[in-house]
Design a protein around this ligand. Structure first.
Ligand code: NAP
Length: 474
């Protein structure tokens, strides 16, 4: 079996030590990948640090063209990349193709940002001491960026870091999740094919606690952009010193089905939002609050629809719920469900697991403080709860450690705006699932869901520093 090398300091490197990459559906080893030693990690960090001026000197036209070509190359190799995602992450193949399509757009949006990156004139003479001065501010690249990414979107969440970094003129050290490095290896091959300067990207594979931590604490990097779990994110913020840090973390996303909701419209969105990728999506629906007057109607139809969800082999076209990434994750969520049932919850369907496959599960009679509601489930489990008025629903949506996105289905504009104004989250989706995302919108959370925003324009803002320039014309 081929052992994939790492890409460090402008060359593919065999580190002499490797890890197995496994298919989470059947446990088979699908590839071997070299693992970064501490020496290799240091080489990558030094290389990125030294590449700051090379990347900063690329013109907007060059950065835009590299990203355009990358976007086209990904579209060309769509089927190969989608199969890699399905194999290493266990994502249903049709959703894996959807992820590739989104990444094509993500890199296009980044190309657009590369071309429009600019600044603004400053009206110095509005200040008492500013007359006779002319000036502006403009954005400069932040420097070398460490990008640490999770397993659940092995291409598009990497795209959200690498694309804007290139648009901003920054070299990147990329560390994908140890379970899903193959998609990143392919991406680096494409980056080199489309003409990124050789030192503009470094790829390290290795555990978060060693390689990831070395990146976070290194003085050679100027910024860490992290997507992953809240616990790791908090540790990164504490350990990263003066570096810029953006954190895209987890959630226990809620959707409200109000008394005037179009339930036929809401149902399929709630099934997809709760169960696609086995609920291993940061904005997966974990809580559904249904107005008491519609609760029975919604519950019956929802449970019926969830029972139809195709579960199993990610390589089957119809699969919605594939395996969880590792068996211990499936064991964890099975335990949380059992604990909730012991505390009074009722399983309307599902609740059991076979290996890495957790059955699509709907619980009712849950409360906000049960672990399966309060913590991020990150699994195919949805909790139904009834409420009496919109103020109560919004208060219960906000009764959470997290605040990434929320949804509300209503046909009343005042109710919609009440939710928009009072839900304490990074995004409110009206008449859609909280799981809705396109890749040019600002995306990120409040509270334990993180800090900073992604989406090409907003990531580029995070990855650049403003510099003020003043000419004294007196
Ligand atoms: P994770 O366990 O936190 O891992 C994420 C990345 O961090 C991996 O590359 C991991 O490396 C690395 N890491 C682990 N410990 C580290 C440390 N001490 N220092 C530096 N890096 C470290 O998360 P995951 O299980 O892959 O992904 C699921 C989580 O990501 C969920 O909480 C989900 O909500 C969140 N997520 C958030 C968003 C968003 O945009 N807000 C999107 C997707 C996912 P190893 O793999 O080698 O351990």
């Amino acid at each position: 079996m081929l052992t994939h090398k790492l890409y460090v300091a402008g060359q593919w490197m065999d580190t002499g030590t490797n890890i197995d990459v496994c298919n989470p559906y059947d446990g088979s080893v699908i590839a071997k990948v070299c693992q970064a030693t501490s020496e290799v990690t240091e080489r990558a960090l030094s290389s990125a640090s030294a590449a700051r001026s090379t990347m900063a000197q690329l013109t907007a036209r060059q950065r835009g063209e590299i990203l355009d070509r990358l976007s086209h190359a990904i579209a060309r190799d769509k089927e190969e990349i989608a199969r890699t995602i399905a194999l290493e992450a266990g994502k249903g193949i049709s959703f894996a193709r959807g992820e590739v399509d989104r990444s094509v757009e993500t890199f296009q949006f980044a190309a657009d940002e590369a071309r429009r990156l600019c600044g603004e004139l400053i009206p110095f003479d509005a200040a008492a001491t500013g007359s006779g001065r002319f000036g502006y501010f403009r954005r400069y690249p932040v420097g070398a960026i460490g990008a640490i990414t999770p397993f659940n979107f092995p291409l598009n969440l990497v795209a959200h870091k690498v694309g804007p970094a290139i648009a901003a003129g920054c070299p990147v050290v990329l560390k994908p999740a140890s379970t899903t490095p193959l998609t990143s290896i392919k991406l680096v091959e494409l980056l080199l094919e489309v003409g990124l300067p050789a030192e503009g990207i470094n790829l390290l594979v290795g555990s978060g606690s060693t390689v990831g931590n070395a990146m976070v604490t290194s003085e050679k990097l100027d910024m860490i952009t992290f997507t992953g779990s809240p616990g790791v994110g908090l540790g990164i913020k504490a350990a990263s010193g003066i570096k810029k840090v953006t954190l895209e973390l987890g959630s226990n996303s809620a959707v409200v089905i109000h008394q005037d909701a179009d339930i036929q419209k809401a149902l399929p969105r709630c099934v997809i939002g709760g169960f696609a990728n086995s609920g291993q999506v940061c904005i997966s629906i974990q809580r559904i609050y249904v107005h008491r007057s519609r609760y029975e109607e919604f519950r019956t139809a929802f449970v019926e629809a969830v029972k139809q969800a195709v579960t199993g082999d990610p390589m089957q076209e119809q699969t919605l719920v594939g395996p969880m990434i590792e068996e211990r994750e499936a064991e964890r969520i099975e335990k949380w469900v059992q604990q909730a049932i012991a505390e009074g919850a009722i399983a309307l369907c599902g609740g059991k697991r076979r290996g890495t496959l957790m059955e699509p599960t709907v619980l009712e009679n849950t409360t906000e403080r049960m672990t399966v509601v309060w913590e991020e489930a990150f699994a195919p489990v949805v909790c139904l709860m009834a409420y009496d008025n919109i103020e109560e629903a919004v208060a219960r949506v906000n009764d959470s450690q997290f605040g990434l996105q929320a949804g509300i289905f209503t046909s009343d504009i005042k109710t919609a705006f009440y939710a928009v104004d009072h839900m304490h989250v990074g995004g409110v989706m009206v008449n859609d699932m909280p799981t809705f995302r396109v890749d040019n919108m600002p995306y990120g959370g409040v509270k334990l869901s993180g800090t900073g925003r992604e989406g090409a324009r907003f990531s580029v803002e995070e990855m650049t520093e403003l510099k003020t320039v003043m000419f004294n014309l007196n």
